[in-house]
Write a protein that binds this ligand. Structure first.
Ligand SMILES: [Mg+2]
Length: 344
């Protein structure tokens, strides 16, 4: 008889699927609109009449997107779903169902996977997302979590990247740089024993998708939006390119938590602009609607900060210009995060 906790290999694929389904809270399992869920060949879902379906998928790969010595399985489950729901939030969509595929080595204790599903299930239940099924495959060279989330529009409208117009306000929700600061702390940089360190680490391990804010932004008429996964300097150029406009950003107005500035006095601006994984919303809105946006976001318990304005593109194309914090105007080259950087 084997000693120690039962592993994925010992449970077998079907045993594990059954145990993981049970680890989900009731509210994250099949509901009336999900006619057939986990356990059949495929899930069947009926979207609301007249609404469009919004689909997104995102993967977390061990060693690239997560390290098991930095995260617990509950948080990992939360994050695997959260990064997908963040994309739905950025579209102003309402999450409905998600599928989860796991690439596992086989030596994982079943209890770890149950915790993964508990973390994922808690966020799913809280956001009205049903886990409709998935797949488990052997992946001996590294673990990976693949989640696909489906949402639907409300009133048939979505937030796109290509609607920013000259004169619009550029704004972000929440604060920038907390996740990157948390990751730096996990990597051994900065003062991990500081009173505020845990909040920053939590921002990295358990990002909160801004779903209510995304829906508010649709209602108030935001002109463009996306979620911040690659940092302001990586992501804003994507809106500018899609909308064929430029932007001027006042660095003095960036919302950066006091803890980030205090623990990383030399690097806080870099963390806030290039750090990534904030999972806040970056959006543009006609300036005449700003007061409405401000009120609507407070109604859903969010904060938003205007950080600049959209201006016409130059003959050379869209540009991102920054100023403030004692520096003159300078252009930031669109250096989007490159997923394959470092491979060469
Ligand atoms: Mg996104």
């Amino acid at each position: 008889m084997g000693q120690g906790p039962r592993t994925v290999r010992e449970a077998g694929e079907f045993g594990l699927i059954a145990e993981l389904a049970v680890a989900l809270p009731e509210a994250a399992r099949a509901g009336p609109e999900l006619g057939i869920g986990i356990g059949d060949d495929a899930a069947v879902w009926t979207p609301s009449p007249g609404e469009a379906v919004v689909v997104t998928t995102d993967s977390l790969v061990e060693g690239i997107h997560f390290r098991l010595d930095w995260t617990d399985w509950l948080s990992l489950g939360h994050k695997a779903l959260a990064v997908n729901l963040s994309d739905l939030a950025a579209m102003g969509a309402v999450p409905r169902i998600a599928t989860v595929s796991l690439g596992l080595r086989g030596d994982e204790p079943v209890e770890d996977l149950r915790n993964l599903y508990r973390g994922l299930g808690a966020l799913a239940a809280r956001t009205g997302t049903r886990i409709a099924g998935g797949d488990i495959v052997r992946s001996p060279h590294g673990r990976a979590l693949h989640v696909t989330a489906l949402g639907e529009t409300r009133g048939g409208r979505v937030l796109r990247r290509d609607g920013a117009r000259s004169g619009d306000v550029v704004a972000v929700s929440g604060t920038l740089g907390a996740s990157a600061a948390g990751m730096a702390l996990l990597a051994g940089e900065g003062d991990r024993r500081a009173a505020t360190a845990d909040v920053l680490v939590a921002a990295h391990l358990r990002p909160e998708p801004r779903l209510a804010l995304g829906r508010s932004l649709v209602e108030v008429g935001a002109s463009a939006a996306m979620d911040l996964s690659d940092g302001l300097y990586g992501d804003l150029p994507k809106i500018l390119a899609a909308s064929r406009v430029s932007a001027r950003i006042d660095l003095g107005r960036l919302p950066v938590a006091a803890a980030v500035r205090a623990l990383f006095p030399e690097r806080w601006l870099d963390l806030a602009t290039r750090g990534g994984e904030d999972y806040e919303l970056l959006f543009t809105v006609p300036s005449t609607r700003w007061d409405e946006v401000d009120k609507a976001t407070r109604d859903v318990g969010s904060t938003v900060t205007a950080i600049g304005e959209v201006v016409p593109a130059t003959a050379a194309g869209p540009r991102m210009v920054v100023f403030g914090l004692g520096g003159g105007e300078r252009e930031i080259a669109p250096g989007a995060f490159d997923h394959f950087e470092g491979d060469g």
